[in-house]
Ligand binder design. Sequence first.
Ligand code: ASP
Ligand code: MG
Length: 425
Amino acid sequence: MALIVQKFGGSSVSDAESIKRVAKRIVDTRKAGNEVVVAVSAMGDSTDELLDLAHEVTPIPAPRELDMLLTAGERISMALLAMAIKSMGYDARSFTGSQAGMITDAQHGAARIVDVTPGRLRDALDDGAIVIVAGFQGFNRDTRDITTLGRGGSDTTAVALAAALGADICEIYTDVDGIFTADPRVVPRAHKLDRVSSEEMLELAAAGAKVLYIRAVEYARRHGVTLHVRSSFNNNDGTIVYNNSTPDVNGDPVEEPIIAGVAADLSEAKVTVVGVPDVPGKAAQIFKIVAKTNANVDMIVQNVSAAATGRTDISFTLPKSEGQQVLTALKNEQENVGYLGLQYDDQIGKLALVGAGMRTNTGVSAKLFEALFEAGINIEMISTSEIRISVVTRADTINEALRVVHTAFGLDDDNEAQVHGGTGR
Ligand code: ASP
Ligand code: MG
């Protein structure tokens, strides 16, 4: 008997009809002789609606109460799903995050899983029941409070359950057919990948691919959980996200494609510290100030200094949401650092090309730059890792950039990809 963890996102359970459809799918998996554990998200956009409601009540909702509020969303969907399954003649039991043993740290709104104690789930499975767990939520032992794992956290719930229960596979059901070489909403000729390594998936998720949340991919990689990302609207095979402990894949002699895909991110801004004295220690000083704000700096570029002035510019990117506090922190230290000015640009887009085959193939960056040049798209910053090349362009050229790069690397499919619904999440 295999143990399968299935995760259904909000768009797969947006109304009574779709809840019944998902219930049938779960029952089919049970009928096929598997033990089934389900992690479910809140219905449709209800998490956003609850958030809006909170902000109508107060501009800055108390984090503890916000978690109390938001976790109600998953409590609704889990109970409805269990009812639907029971009405089909199968035993089902729903559990909140804390009942399921999702133990987290105390960080409201962005809690990290520190332990999973799925004893009650195991008991329910042993009784022959289908187990439904509220995604996105946990419990802290010290504060004895309910926490949430951050937006999109149900993916992480599913992966953590799969790891703790030793599941054979963790299926992530979504509104697209799997992981594509690019977002099919932007690049219609994107094609579905049959498989992708967790290493590549991590880079894609970090670069803005929204199909899977980065923390879930990280968790799966660390705990050796194989993921199958597939559509809840059909029975087609989706994409396997494999890692070192995935059976049958590692011995596979098939050569890795050079490129796994392209992703774009419009959520970042660029800060330029202008006229930094070009002497040892200045970069350290600047990024110590930035680090104190806990901002997530991504790309960093330092120009050659102008001989005449002995000064240089240092630019870096960071999430827009962290921009203002970083600017304030830097402004407060302007005299200490001795730089001349600050520039802030939130109209940038970041494109990343990812592929494990880059390690052993040359000319990938030249081809990328050539494709952008031919489309008349200016590159403002470049950074690379072993398996990724990222460039910053103007925000309004990013979709065009995605399409031309996708074509240049021969990733275009003959047919247009099908998108079943939802908004990309
Ligand atoms: N309902 C939560 C959210 O919308 C968790 C999830 O969907 O995974 O962020
Ligand atoms: Mg959701």
